[in-house]
Write a protein that binds this ligand. Structure first.
Ligand code: GLN
Length: 397
């Protein structure tokens, strides 16, 4: 589409055509806002491009390789064929796109991000689960001070799949209340919790409704990541500010897609708790896929951390013997080099987990890679073949 657009622009505008073709034109706008300085490198841009070039099987970026359910696709088609092709009335409900990158978002908003890591506790004699990754309450309390404006939480968490339990959320809630801090709760994988785990909304804890913005995603809920429909809800005293920003920045998302998602929810509401519910079906299917991929990873020595929710599995690569010398030029963390090696040499795309850490912590978290399992069984089979074939002859790289 972009190539077509560029051709059209060039054909219709000789001036732009000259500029586009003039290699000597130098940018006179070299100075850019300090707020976006250093935010240009992006793991999704880099690895999605590499995956398109090298990967036979893509378990990298988190998107389903199957279609959204018929009931939302049909609702979308009806909306396109009906009278829903124009602007949405703003403020019906806020529907926002979901952005993955909290750190650049905080910086662009003029904030200073402060980080705290989930710490893995050893799981002797069994596979680790995402529940073994713990937030230290004392360390967390020490991060709060007079300047703290907000805390961002993500449950089920991407990339680990940790589902914060009620007690863990209560610790966070108590600190938010004590320090009068806003909580932004990213719950885009809310329906995808496994093994009977419960998804708890921090907004439902006493004293939190009026200080929490809860974020959800149709992309993740209805397997339609390209529709770019999300939402945020909370007490009207906070949401009204969000509405102002939304109104003046995005205005609104595609009207038809909003309609399709709304109908999707109505249908889900009717089937709540029944076997026909898409959310229940998807959760069941994904749990089987998670177990299958986890078993395969464990069998080839890539120790998986069993996720309690979401659609990713993080695996430990520290015991895998691949010789990947560090380049003094790029200084890429080991997991970046490993993921590139796996993609280019074996055709399997994954994502380096250090991409999910701040620059200060990257080097302490370079021994994990992330696999996405919201994929057709045929895709997972191909991934298994690649992994098994590679590990059968581990020394021959
Ligand atoms: N949330 C998805 C993931 O974690 C997609 C991220 C993105 O493409 N920005 O893979």
């Amino acid at each position: 589409m972009l190539r077509g657009l560029a051709q059209l622009i060039k054909r219709n505008n000789p001036l732009i055509n000259n500029v586009l073709n003039n290699q000597k034109v130098t940018m006179s706008f070299q100075k850019h806002s300090r707020r976006i300085e250093g935010l240009d490198k992006n793991v999704w841009v880099e690895f999605t491009q590499l995956a398109a070039e090298y990967a036979v099987v893509n378990l990298g970026q988190g998107f389903p390789d199957f279609l959204p359910p018929n009931f939302v696709k049909e609702a979308y088609t009806r909306a396109i064929n009906g009278d829903l092709n124009q602007y949405t009335r703003a403020f019906v409900i806020i529907i926002e796109p979901y952005f993955d990158c909290y750190e650049p978002m905080v910086r662009m908003a003029g904030g200073k991000p402060v980080f705290i890591s989930l710490r893995p506790k050893p799981a002797s004699g069994r596979l680790m689960t995402s529940a073994d990754w713990i937030l230290d309450p004392v360390e967390l309390a020490n991060k709060f001070n007079k300047g703290t404006k907000a805390i961002v939480i993500n449950t089920p968490n991407n990339p680990l799949g940790k589902v914060f339990n009620r007690e863990e959320l209560q610790v966070i809630a108590n600190l938010c209340i004590e320090h009068n801090v806003l909580c932004i709760s990213d719950e885009v994988y809310e329906w995808l919790v496994y093994d009977g785990n419960e998804h708890v909304r921090i907004a439902s804890l006493p004293g939190m409704w009026e200080r929490t913005i809860t974020v959800g995603s149709a992309g993740k809920s209805f397997s339609a990541t390209g529709w770019k429909i999300g939402w945020a809800f909370g007490h009207k005293c906070i949401i009204k500010h969000l509405q102002t920003v939304h109104q003046n920045a995005i205005y609104h998302c595609s009207t038809e897609a909003q309609q399709a998602v709304a109908e999707g929810f109505e249908r889900e509401f009717e089937h709540l708790g029944t076997p026909e519910s898409y959310f229940i079906c998807l959760r069941k299917e994904l749990q089987v896929k998670r177990d299958r991929l986890a078993a395969c990873l464990a069998s080839v020595g890539l120790k998986p951390v069993i996720s309690e929710g979401g659609y990713y599995l993080v695996a430990d690569i520290s015991e895998i013997d691949v010789d990947l010398p560090e380049s003094t030029e790029t200084k890429e963390p080991y997991d970046y080099r490993f993921v590139k090696w796996l993609m280019i040499n074996k055709g399997l795309a994954t994502i380096p987990v250090s991409a999910f850490y701040s620059s200060e912590s990257k080097n302490n978290n370079k021994n994990f890679i992330r696999f996405c399992f919201v994929k057709e069984n045929t895709t997972l089979s191909k991934a298994e073949e690649i992994l098994k074939e590679w590990r059968r002859t581990p020394k021959v790289q």
